[in-house]
Design a protein around this ligand. Structure first.
Ligand code: NDP
Length: 333
């Protein structure tokens, strides 16, 4: 029934080593041979989308390609298990979506059944995409810290890359749960916004400036690190005995030059967080928390919507570290 349907997508082409994105018309029949066809109404912007759109071969191997690691919309063709059923709204994040499978920057996706998570009752697709993979990741980081026993009375909790998509949700969520949040950000001009999200204090990136010593005065009971590299190295030196750092990102680099001393002298825990390949039950658990007791009202109120024609500029801002807050792609704009 859908074989001749056409739709619009923001696709990236490789031309003489340059990667150029633009809106074009595509055919449903060109989507991969997966079971569930979803009419996507909204997507969400992530750093990984910017990597895909700029030709990072670790994310996307071949072009032309439709990025978008997040999608929300309605099932129009169901799979063999009828789970999700036609007419139901779903959230699809991670797995291979937007990497080498056409993603949410197109108005349709075709994906395996087990990539689809039912939309929480309190949400519509835009609401879900305000959070997207970034919100999911922030939720997973916070859940890991709580599982390791983090409690507000233990002391300050740092969030690096605090103005970014993951960082800003982590700031609000931790504050909402009663933690004393120190937002570490390179954007002085956003200090007011970060305080509005609930940060008790905002420090510049020099709060994690390079020190030769392998251990420093313990300042933070726990941390969410979204940047990796040297910032994570320095953060580990400043964590209180028994504290934990949930680590999810790499914008400051993939190398982690550290010593074993924070781990063996202070019992610090480094917790890896992956939002991509985890089960849909794990994703569903975080979505149900974020759509209920963990709702981040400031993030919801301050999210910006853009149309496909604005993607080029918005993705460049990610690569240049200029992006901040949550950005939703609305296919109706
Ligand atoms: P954003 O670009 O929105 O945020 C990253 C923030 O990091 C920036 O806003 C900036 O914040 C800070 N930053 C940028 N460049 C540097 C730098 N060179 N050194 C230190 N800080 C820097 O990205 P996202 O929030 O979407 O993603 C953050 C990271 O998390 C990415 O590496 C992404 O790939 C990863 N990620 C991982 C997931 C997983 O499953 N493990 C899922 C989602 C994201 P400020 O100016 O406030 O310092």
């Amino acid at each position: 029934m859908s074989s001749n349907l056409e739709y619009r997508a923001w696709r990236v082409h490789e031309r003489n080593g340059e990667y150029v994105g633009g809106v074009e018309t595509c055919g449903i029949e060109d989507l991969p041979d997966n079971d569930v066809l979803v009419r996507v109404s909204h997507s969400s912007l992530n750093y990984k989308d910017a990597l895909s759109a700029s030709g990072n071969k670790g994310v996307t191997r071949s072009f032309p390609h439709t990025p978008g690691i997040d999608a929300a919309g309605e099932v129009v063709e169901e799979g063999p298990a009828n789970n999700p059923a036609r007419g139901h709204q779903v959230i699809v994040t991670g797995y291979d979506l937007g990497m080498n499978t056409p993603g949410g920057f197109g108005e349709y996706i075709r994906v395996p059944e087990n990539w689809c998570v039912p939309m929480p009752a309190a949400w519509d697709p835009r609401h879900a995409m305000i959070y997207g993979t970034a919100g999911l990741t922030a939720g997973l980081c916070v859940k890991k810290l709580l599982t390791m026993g983090a409690k507000p009375e233990q002391g300050k909790v740092a969030v690096t890359g605090a103005s970014g998509s993951v960082g800003s949700v982590a700031v609000e969520l931790l504050s909402h749960l009663g933690f004393d949040v120190v937002a570490i950000s390179g954007k002085d001009e956003l200090a007011g916004e970060l305080k509005g999200l609930g940060a008790h204090e905002v420090r510049g990136r020099d709060a994690l400036s390079v020190e030769k010593r392998p251990l420093l005065r313990p300042e933070y009971a726990a941390a969410v690190d979204t940047v990796g590299g040297g910032a994570l190295t320095e953060l580990l030196k400043r964590i209180q005995p028994g504290g934990s750092v949930a680590c999810c990102g790499l914008v400051a680099g993939t190398d982690l030059p550290t010593t074993v001393l924070p781990f063996i002298l202070r019992g610090v825990n480094l917790l890896g967080v992956d939002s991509v390949e985890i089960s849909r039950e794990e994703k569903q658990d975080i979505w149900s928390r974020l759509s209920g007791p963990w709702a981040c009202r400031h993030t919801e109120a301050s999210a910006r919507s853009i149309g496909k024609g604005d993607l080029d500029e918005a993705l460049k801002a990610f690569l240049e570290g200029r992006s901040h807050g949550k950005i939703v792609l609305d296919h109706a704009l």
